[in-house]
Write a protein that binds this ligand. Sequence first.
Ligand code: SF4
Ligand code: SF4
Length: 346
Amino acid sequence: MNKTSQVYQIFWSDYQKNPAKITVALEKIQTSLVEPVAVKTHFGEPGNNNALRGKIVKPAIGWLINQNLEGFLTDTNTLYTGQRSNTKSHLETAKKHGFADLGLPIIIAKEDDFEFKLVKLPNRYQNLPIYLGKELREAKSIFCLSHVKGHPMFGFGGALKNLGMGGATPRGKRILHASTIGKIDYNRCLVCGLCTENCPTEAIKKEGGKKIVIDYEKCIGCGECVAVCPQKAIEINKEDLEICQEKTAVYAWALVKEKPSLYINYLIKINAVCDCFSSTSPKLMEDLGVLISDDPVAVDQASLDWINRKSGQDLFLEVNKINYQPILNMGEKIGLGTTKYQLQKI
Ligand code: SF4
Ligand code: SF4
């Protein structure tokens, strides 16, 4: 893809004074949403105060409602045993975090057996099974509201991850995460047990109280053990991680390839880890603002560039030591968007 995409930028101080700037940006974009619109977001794991809240996305939802388009807020259930792993507690979580007061229904997207035809993809992915949330797949357009933050397995998370991993059902998430966690380095491990306390599936355990072992049948590759280990004793299969990122880009592509879609990235409460963690990690920098586009690759690239310019370093690479390029490169390669963009301040 050779085109250059437009990305609209609102500084956080301006957004706080005048949230209607979101409307100004959205009305500059040529892409029009079609009903029913799936508003794909992340309702935030309880205990993690960095994730988006209803009041943050309210101006964007207000714009959608004013378009007189039928829509719904949505996400898929998680693989692990947190508060968003089943529909009942997921809905309660969304309500607790202020998403039930926005004037749209909330639908937790269900498992689905739809068979995607993955033509024109790199060979390795032509037969990739794709399991996306049913209501997301059936929606006629996607309005994707994403929090930008770091991630222990992806380096960072933004629109592409929100679409691809976030759009996958638990069955799809298992396919995406498969085999990313490697061995324990026993020369480093102090058997402190932090990894076992934080593992959502009880896949990592103290064997005989003395040695840490991983049950790969139970492991969902979420990376929580990697993030909490003070000794950096849990290896990641770097090659499999790249594949995981690429597969996530393919899932994102499958979700939006035939649909109009709009993206808002919120660059606030920028921290090192994912919003699925049930604790609040310290902020790495000041709140920057909001980026808006109809291109998920461009909006993510612009988010990274803004963060890196402001922090004076490749921030997420520094803190997470994970190459985040594969998801962007794959997104660009399969025509999901472009890393070339023009930034316009609103
Ligand atoms: S958190 Fe790290 S050091 Fe502690 S038990 Fe687990 S692998 Fe070992
Ligand atoms: S990646 Fe680590 S924390 Fe996550 S399921 Fe596997 S062993 Fe448990």
